[in-house]
Design a protein around this ligand. Sequence first.
Ligand code: HGY
Ligand code: MN
Ligand code: MN
Length: 398
Amino acid sequence: MTASSLLEEISDVGRDPKRGGYSRHAFDAGETELRAWFVERAGRLGLGVETDRNGNIWAWWGTPGPDAVVTGSHLDSVPGGGAFDGPLGVASALDAVEILQAKGFRPAKPFAVAVFAEEEGGRFGVPCLGSRLLTGTIDADKARNLRDPDGVTFAEAAAKSGLDPARVGRDSERLGLIGRFLELHVEQGRGLIDLGSPIAVGNTVIAHGRWRFSFEGQGNHAGATLIGDRRDPMIPAAETVLAVRKLARTTADARATVGRLVPVPGGTNVIASTVDLWLDARVPGTDTPELVAEIAKLAEEAAGQEGCRVEVTRESYSDDVIFDDALRRDLGTWLGGPPELPTGAGHDAAILAGFVPSGMLYVRNPTGISHSPEEFSEAEDVDHGARALADALEKLST
Ligand code: HGY
Ligand code: MN
Ligand code: MN
């Protein structure tokens, strides 16, 4: 089946009627259904499927072994996300295997399609959780104790899905099998529209991190509490959101976002007792922590003026990544010299890049929008991308 038909096949899985788009998060109903879909589709291609101790799925074409060529991406989404971010790379990998099998190709090296768990961090808050666990770039205890918005820990959710939480963590043996990793992904900006090309080769991923700001004040009655008697955490939270924009504007090429803000208790006629907000900050190079420190300073001043306290906690951070030079150049040669693109979006390939030669292919998204229901890729470009992936994987596996 072509990648576009495979995407069509899952187009109703994990739809979010409230937000629009899709909400498919680690081990929830939608993502679990997609896992079953992937296992079934991989089985039809004769791939040997297994789930590793961290919840990542591996579909082996032939016997697992060292110097393996691995491709794949993720199936989970952001809340109310688009149809392509993640699943496009998985569907294209399945299509690429079918294309190669149909022409009688057999890989001369071990070969696998991988699906990484919780890439978006949409449930447990840490992006690329599955590939971070595989590579040991997150402490296993920290991971086990991550909590979702309902207070369920990753350990509990993993156990419920059949994993042994005591075994999550760096999997050196499995990591040692990977010779090359190549991820195809929908483009999440406008680069390919402006370049007039259906595909691009990835070159860099900018640094990015997530910080939680917890403001604490005094919950109280909205009508019976005079303004002068309030310690309302919503005020410093609001001032911090505005400070994020102001400071990001004055930092070269910075992106900083507050997309999630949770007042407790969240009543219309109630002055909040606490307000949590999450900052997603990304600056090329090493300036992200500095930008965050400036924002935190303003948050503390704003909290003080309202008689509130604020606690800032770093939840994740990844440095700039430059993909493997030789692989990037080979991809360019093999695919007829498509453009190269940097990205501000994080990916599992960027986590693996610290351990194995990794690369990315991007497929044109005519809307330039992502992490939103408007995310899109034309079927023609989707299938062009799958064929390009097949060509690259054939060269890598020869
Ligand atoms: O947030 C990101 O950059 C990616 O989509 N996880
Ligand atoms: Mn994403
Ligand atoms: Mn993604």
